[in-house]
Ligand binder design. Structure first.
Ligand code: GDP
Length: 453
């Protein structure tokens, strides 16, 4: 395989930048461009100090170079990492020198792809690398690291080995029909299959929660104009992004922001008030808020406690009936209340009396938001979470094959037909860890990586 090179750090000025090379020629290429302060043999896992020079011996930068010798490296090949100052002109110059001396520019994700192709990690672990890099919250990071660590792979392999046991039992009863072991085998297979279906279902269901970790919980803030939506958004974001005003209907567009509450990413969508309007711009805002309501995982409905409940409020109450929602009875700091908590509690939602002005009830709101997305089970150390849609689909297919096998057993189908279902179930599990996947799928997966990883 050729020797590849890439700038592995993000662009922009920083203390350190890294150019990484991998492949059997990387040490030879380095020799042409690196003048170490002290000569001597290259030994692995050491760092050498020196200077990168161009072909005229002009110094490009002062650097530290670390060496990793195959197969004990990220890619499984020889690797060297050149740590220069974090400046794009410097980094590009070093990259160019590596290329002039025989390296080729790496494709996105090619280092990790090589780690996979060289058998150092499986496909699931490789995909977890992107998840770690893109993690938006502490919980998401935790889930991704578990994948990287190989824990999820182990889980998948355990399930696969149980399927292989089942298949070898079936094969035995096909090969030795005279022993009439079919009855017993069927009974055992049914039991194991039911257990496997349950395990796969748990993994499949963890995807929905995993999705919340990855994409964030979509929260829509709704309420009549002036109820306090923008003020709440600002409070949550702790900065003045949305326009707060006393004139009705001026929050004309939707605003989206990510916030992290107790490790859960919430994507807060502030919407223009839901109400009938003749004003064109406001209409667009209202359409958008209706869309936001439809796609929301959680709705925070705000009511102004100093105003009587009107038709618009009732519309809001109706629209959240079958949804995850928290009701805020806002402006509790003001006198002359028109709505009481009891008026809203009957709609079977959590009702919190708040004052965005004095912070009353805000902590309680955060607590409720976190509670509703009950992440204790997924943040626990022992649960595997699927965060990747490809894995989820394969798990679903595998489960379906086992269900089909169970149905086939129950309807007394020939055992070699049953074997086909189990073989399919195993194939699907194999695809998760990267056995039996086509080159197209591999290329597609790695194309989502960033350069230099
Ligand atoms: P929106 O139209 O629903 O986005 O409402 P805003 O957030 O723009 O708030 C409308 C007005 O109510 C502003 O003047 C806010 O300062 C005020 N307001 C919001 N929350 C409270 C509160 O809890 N108490 C009091 N006294 N005023 C509030």
């Amino acid at each position: 395989m050729s020797t590849i090179v890439a700038i592995s750090t993000a662009s922009g000025n920083s203390g350190i930048g890294i150019v990484r090379m991998s492949g059997k020629d990387c040490f030879n290429i380095l020799k042409n461009i690196f003048r170490p302060a002290r000569n001597g043999e290259i030994t692995g896992y050491k760092i050498k100090y020196g200077k990168i020079v161009d072909k005229n011996n002009e110094i490009v930068d002062e650097v530290l170079v670390s060496y990793f010798i195959a197969p004990k490296s990220y890619t499984g090949e020889n690797i060297c990492e050149i740590n220069s100052h974090g400046n794009n002109i410097v980094l590009k110059k070093i990259l160019q020198l590596c290329i002039e001396n025989g390296a080729i520019l790496a494709e996105p994700g090619e280092f990790t792809k090589r780690a996979f192709l060289n058998g150092r990690i499986d496909l699931l672990q490789a995909e977890s690398v992107i998840d770690v890099i893109n993690a938006k919250s502490e919980l998401e990071r935790k889930a991704a690291v578990k994948g990287l660590d190989g824990e999820l792979s182990k889980n998948i392999k355990k399930i696969k080995s149980k399927l292989l046991d089942v298949l070898s039992d079936i094969d035995a009863s096909i090969d030795y029909p005279e022993y009439d072991i079919e009855e017993r085998t069927n009974y055992e297979i049914l039991n194991i299959s039911k257990m496997l279906i349950k395990e796969l279902e748990l993994l499949e269901n963890s995807f929905e929660k995993g999705k919340l970790l990855r994409d964030g919980v979509n929260v829509a803030i709704v309420g009549r104009p002036n109820a306090g939506k923008s003020s709440l958004l600002n409070k949550i974001l702790k900065e003045e992004r949305a326009i707060v005003t006393d004139i009705e209907g001026t929050t004309r567009d939707t605003i989206e922001e990510f916030v992290n509450i107790n490790g859960i990413p919430f994507k807060i969508i502030d919407t223009a008030g839901i109400r009938e309007s003749d004003n064109e711009i406001e209409k667009i805002g209202i359409d958008k808020s209706k869309k936001a309501l439809e796609g929301a995982d959680l709705i925070i409905a705000i009511f102004d406690s100093t105003k009587d409940l009107c038709k618009e409020d009732m519309d809001i109450i109706n629209s959240i009936k079958n949804k995850n929602a928290i009701i805020l009875l806002n402006k509790n700091d003001l006198q002359n209340k028109k709505i009481k908590k009891e008026d809203l509690i009957k709609y079977n939602k959590d009702v919190i009396e708040t004052s965005i002005k004095t912070d009353e009830g805000i902590e309680e709101l955060y607590k409720k938001m976190v509670e509703l997305f009950n992440t204790k089970d997924i943040s626990s150390e022992n649960v595997s979470i699927i965060t990747n849609v490809r894995h989820k689909e394969l798990i679903k297919n595998s489960k379906q094959n086992i269900i089909d096998a169970v149905n086939a057993i129950n309807s007394k189908m020939p055992i070699d037909i049953i074997a086909i279902y189990f073989k399919e179930a195993i194939q699907e599990m194999n695809k998760i860890t990267g056995e039996n996947v086509t080159e197209d799928i591999i290329n597609e997966i790695f194309s989502k990586f960033c350069l230099g990883k």
